[in-house]
Design a protein around this ligand. Structure first.
Ligand code: SF4
Length: 466
């Protein structure tokens, strides 16, 4: 197993930009969101009367060539970078999802997971709706289409109470763009301005990439509609409960993105500082597992008064579409992905900071890699609490029986991965670092307490078995 990390969900992007090359801007926006999904990419555009769409398996750069973008005319666009958290990774499951509705054709880019997708799909099928994919994105698209309403915003508003779970949506109609976030605000979604135009994106890093200014997050439960008359906001019903995914802050979202009005690079540094206070170690240097744990390692080093040093070099070109290595490389394990620097490590006691340990399958060889390069001691520190439960809200984690923290005590995990000591950040320490009350977050995979009802036996291929 090369990648013992929770896998990101999807990235969505949208722009209403008369006079702009919206397909190209969406392509660049998806490029910035590539970390959220590498299995397929799709862009849909509209010119006021028709919709155009192109979807393909692979990375954004593989899915679109210059000629593809020329075939996507218009002044409104949405884009989708997909990682399959519902349905398998096939061309027909690639987003955005297209559908005909009483208000014209629509294209829906979805990030998240509906926990009641199976029941909704069965209900819609009984009403005569047919499905061509095995995704919950198609289920919610069809639900919007059949919901009553004179306008698309009306239909969405009527469909939302039926949609249980996580959904951040960028929706294209022939002359407008809509952005929708579930009432719990599980997945991120933000608004930006590019000159006089409006842009929506899963993360603000995509706004920066195209030169747009971050305006604000789309509020939980809010529908935003943008057309030639400007932007209208339809706030959601106040429900008093938000549940942003904690792992967006810990790991998924890019460190240059903003969440809860804070730059995540700085939030993660504070997680490292809290970790150093809660879990000190007698050591000489602090090393972060590239790239995601580097900000927390910097914070840990600062709070511990130890030097932060780069000792692991990551091959950045190993993606998820990676060709299976041959047997010899399988045996050397993580060395295909990481090399260690002996000059930095030799004879030193090392604090290794990571953001998560899912199965423990890569932590063990990484600890060994540090030892082989001369580290005298390796003290593993994790800037999140142990992950003990699966995710049903848009993250491909692992089954409960695969999660190492569900099977072993913390001390046993330390022994299993071969570390001299191990320590995790507490939930309270995590909330202190974020600086926002814990009631604003989903903690399902850490506590087993989810913000919506979940079926514990559900998995991402549930819709393929109906
Ligand atoms: S269960 Fe964990 S990964 Fe899933 S949404 Fe909640 S905090 Fe995020």
């Amino acid at each position: 197993m090369w990648d013992d990390k929770p896998h990101e969900e999807c990235g969505v992007f949208g722009i209403y930009g008369p006079g702009e090359d919206v397909a190209r801007l969406t392509f660049f926006g998806l490029y910035a969101l590539q970390h959220r999904g590498q299995e397929s990419a799709g862009i849909a555009t509209a010119d006021g009367s028709r919709l155009f769409i192109r979807t393909r398996l692979g990375l954004v750069s593989q899915a679109f060539a210059e000629d593809d973008l020329r075939l996507l005319p218009g002044h409104v666009a949405v884009g989708h970078a997909r990682y399959s958290t519902s349905g398998s990774s096939t061309a027909c499951n690639a987003g955005p999802m297209m559908a005909e509705s009483s208000v014209g054709p629509i294209a829906v880019a979805h990030n998240g997971n509906l926990t009641n997708a199976l029941g909704l799909r069965e209900e819609l099928a009984q009403r005569g709706e047919s499905f061509v994919t095995t995704t919950d994105s198609e289920v919610l698209t069809r639900l919007i289409v059949v919901s009553p309403g004179e306008t698309l915003a009306d239909k969405i508003r009527r469909a939302m109470p039926r949609m249980i779970g996580a959904y951040s949506l960028a929706i294209l109609a022939k002359d407008r763009l809509l952005a929708v976030r579930d009432p719990l605000g599980v997945r991120p979604l933000c608004l930006g301005r590019l000159g006089g135009h409006w842009v929506v994106a899963s993360e603000s890093c995509a706004l920066m990439t195209i030169g747009a200014e971050f305006e604000r997050e789309v509020a939980p439960g809010e529908i935003v509609e943008i057309d030639e008359t400007g932007l209208r906001s339809y706030p959601g019903e106040p429900n008093g409960r938000h549940a942003t995914c904690l792992f967006e802050l810990i790991y998924f979202a890019r460190p240059d993105s903003m969440l809860h009005n804070q730059r995540l690079h700085l939030v993660r540094q504070r997680m490292g500082e809290e970790l150093a206070r809660e879990q000190p170690a007698d050591a000489d240097i602090v090393v972060g597992l590239p790239d995601s744990a580097v900000p927390a390692a910097i914070g840990y080093a600062r709070a511990a008064g130890l030097p932060y040093m780069e000792a692991l070099i990551k091959n950045r070109y190993i993606g998820r579409t990676f060709i299976q290595p041959d047997q010899r490389l399988r045996e050397v394990g993580v060395s295909l992905k990481f090399n260690a620097l002996p000059e930095v490590l030799d004879g030193r006691r090392v604090v290794l900071v990571d953001d998560t340990i899912v199965r423990g399958t890569t932590s063990k060889p990484i600890v060994q890699l540090l030892r082989n390069a001369g580290a005298k001691e390796v003290h593993m520190r994790v800037h999140a609490p142990p992950m003990m439960w699966p995710c049903y809200l848009g993250v491909d984690l692992a089954r409960r029986d695969e999660l190492i923290a569900a099977r072993m005590s913390v001390a046993d995990i330390g022994r299993f991965i071969g570390a001299d000591s191990i320590g995790y950040l507490s939930l309270d320490g995590l909330f202190r670092a974020i600086g926002v009350p814990g009631t604003s977050f989903c903690t399902g995979c850490l506590t087993g307490s989810y913000p919506v009802p979940v079926q514990l036996e559900m998995d991402k291929l549930v819709l393929e078995r109906v």
